[in-house]
Design a protein around this ligand. Sequence first.
Ligand code: MLT
Length: 282
Amino acid sequence: MTQKRYQITFDPGSEQGLGAVVVLLHGLLLDHSMFSDQLEHLAKQGIRVISLSYAGHGGSDRLGVGPSVGAMADQVFAMLDELGISEPVVIGGLSMGGYVAFAGLEKYRQRIRGLVLMNTKAVPDTPEEAANRQRACELIRQAKSISPLAMTMLPRLLGKSTMRHKPEVWQKVARILDCMDVEAACDALIALANRPDRRPMLAGIDVPTLVIAGEEDLISTPEEMELIAKEIAGSEFVIIPGVGHLSTLEEPEQVGQVLARFLQKYFNNDGYPDKKRSSVDA
Ligand code: MLT
């Protein structure tokens, strides 16, 4: 029996639609359900959308190799192999998902034909940020629960408008964080602390790219996201008003519409790029 090369939670709810393939990659300590609304929206537009939970997330087992964003990208493409998807896909990542998307571009460029960067960063951790992740890991190991980390993360993840007016979003995020295993959380923290600087790669990105920022995002500020967009030739930049770091959960419909517009503009629904309309390919 061949052993699976990835350990990913992939349930029927994490794939919808037929057509050009888009893979959505979630953020730190979250899981594929942060894209449920976009899956539904995009599937109705004739797009095949897949979201997955990396190993150790969404209730799946930890990966048996050292944690890194590159290893997470390997899981994504191994999953596409398992699904028999060999044609190039559009990769969309939110925050940590963006770091994984960058790693995917570095390792699997020929398998990627479009990029969506949501609420993410190109800069690596500063030494202080990396040390904070190490401390967070020690703290949750001592507590035998990720609660202390979740409690400090939550208010920074959501925008002030969401915190004030949408308690259901806060509750949903808290429920997802609550499922996270302590050692899997430490794996992710270590992977992020060691991630490379992606600024040197931005100017060389040659696939149609959409950059989405949240107006109230304190972690990946709109200013920082705009700098990323400016470096990527021909990219589109959109700020979603009234949202923080978790734009897909905070304003699911608006983000779904922005994604759909971008995908319709650059890609046909027959699984091949629309060369005529792609300014980057032209
Ligand atoms: C995330 O949401 O994935 C995190 O904010 C990423 C990070 O801590 O750098």
